[in-house]
Design a protein around this ligand. Structure first.
Ligand code: HEM
Length: 222
């Protein structure tokens, strides 16, 4: 096998890991707002839901690059299998496995959201709770695996992410339990209902144009 190791891959792993961590923190915070149906005149519920969805896509993109650069970098003995099966990486086995578990949980959340209209809402909600578990595990992964995560700016990023997520979780559980119990908004883009007509059109039942009765005001036009 060709040895592929350059500091650039390592920098990319670290940068995309930090970006994914910050974005996932934002995603769970926005998710708490979606679940408790926050929205008003300044920013509507639909917008909050769509921002939550778009940032989750960006977070997954950074996460995939984080995993690909890890696998490509032969300095760390973490292969493609280790991206999905825990305890298969001989490099920092437990810390990397925490990242793997977080990734698997995120995959489950992602797939359940793609088939949301086909599964029961209660099932989707249950799987969506995995996001919190994935987020918490990914923070432990970041702190234990990262080169810089125990000091300096990256440590501050881990700390800020932890605090922000805990505040959002507290809000989700205690602040508006009655609103959170209701059905969460479903992206209208994913589930656009067919338009329904409440009144019959003027030419109902259908009559070919040339056989429709001519109104007095239209006489002489044909
Ligand atoms: C939700 C999932 C994940 C998140 C949010 C995440 C985030 C992070 C963060 C923030 C770091 C610390 C970067 C630094 O300070 O140096 C890191 C390090 C690392 N991650 Fe992940 N990660 C995730 C999943 C994974 C997976 C699945 C793998 C393995 C395939 C992995 C492999 C690594 C490795 C090898 C490092 C160490 C990089 C270094 O040497 O500094 N991560 N990750």
């Amino acid at each position: 096998m060709i040895a592929l190791t350059t500091p650039y891959l390592w920098y990319a792993t670290r940068a995309t890991g930090i970006a994914a961590m910050l974005l996932f923190t934002l995603v769970v915070c926005l998710g708490a707002l979606v679940a408790t149906r926050v929205g008003g005149a300044f920013i509507g519920r639909f917008e909050v839901n769509e921002i939550h969805r778009s940032i989750s896509i960006s977070a997954v993109v950074f996460l995939v690059i984080h995993i690909v650069t890890t696998v490509l970098d032969t300095f760390v003995s973490t292969g493609p299998i280790s991206a999905v099966i825990p305890f298969t990486s001989s490099y920092k086995t437990l810390p990397v496995s925490l990242g793997t578990v977080a990734f698997d949980l995120i995959l489950a959340v992602w797939i359940s959201s793609m088939v949301k209209v086909k599964i029961k809402n209660v099932t989707w909600r249950f799987i969506h709770w995995f996001s919190w578990v994935a987020w918490a595990i990914s923070l432990i992964h970041a702190y234990t695996t990262g080169t810089d995560a125990r000091h300096g700016v990256v440590f501050l990023a881990v700390l800020a992410s932890t605090l922000a997520g805990l505040v959002a979780l507290g809000w989700r559980i205690f602040a508006r339990p009655a609103r959170a119990a209701g059905r969460t908004a479903l992206s209208p883009l994913a589930h656009a209902p067919a338009p329904t007509r409440t009144t019959a059109p003027s030419h109902f039942p259908r009559v070919p144009v040339n056989q429709r009765p001519v109104r007095p005001s239209q006489r002489g036009r044909r």
